[in-house]
Design a protein around this ligand. Sequence first.
Ligand code: NI
Length: 135
Amino acid sequence: MVYLTRRERFNAAHRLYNPGWTEEKNAEIFGKCANSNFHGHNFELFVTVKGTPDPETGFVVNAHHLSKLIKSDIIEQLDHRNLNVDVEFMEGILPTIENIVIAIWEQLESKITSCELHCIKLVETENIFVEYYGK
Ligand code: NI
């Protein structure tokens, strides 16, 4: 089994805020991330697929096709957007990095057919990232 990872980048804004809580509780749990006017990150997204190299192409996946899929279905939806309000597939979802990777997985999984989706990794800052391997 060979694992192939494609990296993409996007910039986006978000705010961590639970509307069911008081301002005080949001401030206590989310700190500055609850600030009402949003804040942004330069996100790095790593999409890892796995499979056996095709005997004719030697590819686990056509990396160009994979890149096009990630760009059209994920990056174009997220880049320079507000994740709380602009993104259809994030509607009603609190945009923590945990929830964002799950949403990205759900967008991509069924569209990757020549190999298997293995991991979605999202880097929010140099000190924190999440990885999701499916359910
Ligand atoms: Ni943030």
